[in-house]
Design a binder for this molecule. Structure first.
Ligand SMILES: N[C@@H](CCC(=O)N[C@@H](CS)C(=O)NCC(=O)O)C(=O)O
Length: 218
């Protein structure tokens, strides 16, 4: 039975981007259902028909529904172990899970002040101390991974994995808000931006014309 991934606007929906990348970067076939976000009751009802969370992303696999980006990535990793979304090495896996959970539950200031918006002209804005601390922490995470696992490949744990999918939207945020990053962080961003699945998502997001006014404030 084919998988169905329900997602929001590729221009804005960073939570949708994460599992989409985990699937696409690994060549896993899935049907994509796009539901525009924040358009009103009809589209909200369409989301609710898939998941009572009322939020995207959601993955449907036969009679199983999984909602929430990290839970979906966990499910994909379990269903398709050959993808190696989590490392086979227990220590690396624990490290990858820690930073993925940290991404999933944290970085509120960065998220609030630098919403993902691929259309946005590249331009720096004044950021709060909390957002600047988030940016420093993201770079610390990336650089520590690169120092520890550089021999295994150019992604956080060598090959593209769950943690990369979780951090991918941050690459867009750093780019569009013209955030100056350290050399190793820049190299990681370039690795991500060269990933065909990342480029495919980005092209599709840029081709969208729907505008969500509340995300166009800065
Ligand atoms: N913790 C959830 C967050 C999901 C979420 O907030 N999705 C947003 C779009 S990026 C959404 O569906 N918003 C629509 C709404 O709240 O009506 C996850 O990781 O998937």
């Amino acid at each position: 039975m084919a998988l169905t991934l329900v997602i929001g606007n590729k221009n804005y929906s960073s939570w949708s981007m994460r599992p989409w990348l985990a699937l696409r970067a690994n060549g896993i076939a899935f049907e994509e259902v796009f539901i525009p976000l924040y358009t009103g009751d009809d589209d909200k009802k369409r989301i609710l028909n898939f998941t009572h969370s009322g939020k995207v992303p959601a993955l449907i696999d036969g009679d199983i529904t999984i909602w929430d980006s990290l839970a979906i990535i966990e499910y994909v990793a379990e269903r398709f172990p050959e993808t190696g979304l989590w490392s086979e090495d227990r220590a690396r896996r624990a490290h990858a899970r820690s930073i993925s959970a940290e991404m999933h539950s944290g970085f509120m200031a960065l998220r609030n002040e630098c919403g993902m918006n691929l259309h946005r002209p590249v331009r720096a804005i004044a950021l709060s101390a909390d957002a600047r601390a988030n940016i420093a922490r993201v770079q610390q995470i990336w650089i520590e991974c690169r120092h520890r696992y550089a021999k295994l490949g150019p992604f956080l744990f060598g090959t593209f994995g769950a943690a990369d999918a979780m951090f991918a939207p941050v690459v867009h945020r750093f780019r569009t808000y013209a955030i100056a990053v350290q050399r190793e962080a820049q190299a990681y961003m370039e690795t991500m931006m060269a990933l065909p699945a990342f480029q495919e998502w980005t092209r599709a997001g840029l081709a969208e014309t729907l505008v969500i006014e509340r995300f166009e404030t800065v």
